[in-house]
Design a binder for this molecule. Structure first.
Ligand code: ADP
Ligand code: MN
Length: 515
């Protein structure tokens, strides 16, 4: 296994089209004006990064680390995404402060007020059930003194000599100062309102303009947060990781979310430039983010716990690291497949729980899953034989069982089937490896039998054809029993002799079963 060979290996595999030349031109550099909030968030980003670096533990794999992301070569000055990410971080900080103030104000009081409406980020998983008093109501206190008198429509008040028009400097100045109250509450107006401060129209208008644009910006961010699945799917640290990739130029833009599953979220991105000559970043990438919400992974324990490749490490790891191992596993497995020439995404880089690979599809449109595509009977037959072939290759050359193979994890692209989603794939000697293989076979043969491929083997025939085993049971129950007996035999052997049976030869060689 060569964990460093994760990027484009030019002559390995089926030679995807993107290896030639990037059809997308140079990135158009958009310069953005920097607001105070952005400047402040930059500091925050540095803090976050420091914190992260301090907490760093040795990376589990030696993936191409250097050229892409290091603490030093991050140019934080000119990147829209960076600014947005940082802004979000800032917003969160801001909200935390707001909550602290809220708590301070409310104290033990039975009646409490909430600043909920003034938060930048409305928590989608808010569990706050506090009574809410609308701040708007208390803001415009009807008993408040010194309310400026409004100028009537005619444009002047008073009579004769005492007439004052709406252009009167003093009145206007006071009025302008008072009107600052109407700015959004997060807009700092200082003590001006309480003092006899007179703001000129010019200054007031400038302030107003600024306040409104800040407000709109905040609203836009809000909206983005609410509507983008991406926001809901990844935590701030993951976003930081993603924007680092963009900022390092490895990715050009992350365009959106392709899929949100229970265990992962997949984004589409346009590839950027590689820092080294020999590596080519595909023009389009898929970013698979393994979710760090741990609960979903509980049911996966059985895959990884029993995988001897990870055995020694499993017990020592905390859940966060286990999730990184899923990403790591997917990377290793994809690399094995790539080396065997099986059509599958090519690994670009692995960073913690984020795996970047080539995108199967075009122009942001992912290739359809086999379950969603209607193939001609000819293509269907072609697909079947291709899959039979791939399953054999996977088993014999990659020493892997997919373990989640079905029409959901096969994409139809470029007139052929591509295998994806191999984080749970295991070696055949995994204590449940053969059961997983049998399940895969059942999915595949059922799909193609239903799809009208007369030649499709039944699941037992397929199992034997893939594994090279010769289980003769002619019904499913017996067949499965034999599979489990084989697995147990292997396990017992491991228990007694500390290594796999010779028929399961290790070190990446295909297992050879003798009767
Ligand atoms: P999971 O099923 O565990 O959520 P998958 O790896 O199957 O994760 O990815 C989910 C979906 O994202 C896939 O069904 C596919 O539509 C899309 N997808 C994943 N990887 C790629 C890729 N490299 N290219 C195109 N689409 C992809
Ligand atoms: Mn899947």
């Amino acid at each position: 296994m060569d964990p460093v060979g994760v990027a484009a290996a030019p002559d390995a595999g089926p030679g995807p089209a993107w290896q030639s030349k990037c059809p997308w031109g140079a990135p158009n550099t958009t310069s953005i004006s920097c607001s105070l909030a952005d400047v402040m968030s930059e500091q925050l980003a540095k803090e976050l990064q420091l914190e992260e670096e301090n907490a760093a533990f040795p990376e589990v794999v030696a993936v191409a680390e250097g050229p892409f992301i290091t603490g030093e070569n991050i140019d934080t000055s000119s990147d829209l995404m960076l600014a947005q990410m940082l802004q979000m971080e800032f917003d969160r900080e801001y909200d935390a402060q707001l909550r602290r103030e809220e708590k301070k104000i409310n104290g033990d009081s039975k009646v409490s007020i909430s600043f909920e409406n003034y938060r930048k980020v409305h928590p989608y998983d808010s569990d706050s059930s506090e009574d809410e008093v609308d701040w708007q109501d208390t803001r415009h206190d009807p008993y408040r003194a010194d309310k400026p008198t409004t100028t009537p429509r005619k444009g002047f008040i008073g009579k004769g000599k005492d007439i004052t028009t709406k252009h009167d400097e003093v009145v206007c100045g006071r009025k302008n100062t008072a009107r600052m109250e109407n700015f959004a509450p997060e807009f700092q107006v200082g003590d001006g309102i309480g003092m006899d401060l007179k703001l000129s129209n010019q200054v007031f208008n400038a302030l107003k303009q600024h306040a409104y644009s800040e407000e709109r910006r905040s609203a836009r961010l809000h909206e983005k947060k609410e509507h983008s699945t991406a926001e809901k799917a990844v935590d701030p640290k993951t976003r930081l990781l993603l924007y680092k990739m963009v900022n390092a130029g490895m990715l050009e833009t992350i365009t959106g979310c392709i899929s949100t599953g229970k265990e992962s979220v997949v984004f589409h991105a346009y590839g950027g430039k590689s820092a080294t000559e020999d590596k080519v970043i595909p023009p389009e990438c898929a970013i698979k983010v393994f979710k760090t919400t741990l609960n979903e992974f509980k049911n996966r324990d059985k895959y990884i716990k029993d995988d001897y490749r990870f055995k020694d490490r499993f017990s020592k790891l905390n859940p966060r690291k286990i999730i990184r191992m899923w990403a790591e596993k997917e990377m290793h497995n994809l690399t094995r497949m790539q080396n065997a020439g099986i059509p599958c995404p090519q690994v670009v880089i692995l960073k913690k729980h984020v795996l970047v690979m080539s995108f199967i599809g075009q122009d942001q449109v992912p290739a359809p899953k086999l379950k969603d595509v209607t193939l001609s009977s000819e293509d269907m037959k072609k697909a079947y034989y291709q899959i039979l072939n791939m399953m054999q290759q996977l088993y014999k050359e990659c020493n892997l069982v997919h373990a989640d193979l079905s029409e959901y994890n096969m994409l139809w692209h470029d007139g052929k089937v591509w295998l994806i989603d191999v984080s749970q794939s295991v070696e055949p000697t995994h204590p449940h490896g053969l059961e997983f293989l049998f399940r895969d076979c059942r999915n595949v043969s059922q799909f193609f039998q239903k799809g009208g491929v007369a030649e499709a083997l039944n699941e037992r025939e397929l199992f034997n054809a893939v594994s090279g085993l010769n289980i003769t049971a002619d019904n499913e129950v017996d067949f499965q029993e034999e599979i489990e007996a084989l697995e147990k035999m292997n396990e017992d052997h491991v228990q007694n002799h500390g290594k796999k049976l010779s028929m399961f030869s290790s070190d990446g060689d295909p297992p050879i079963y003798d009767e």
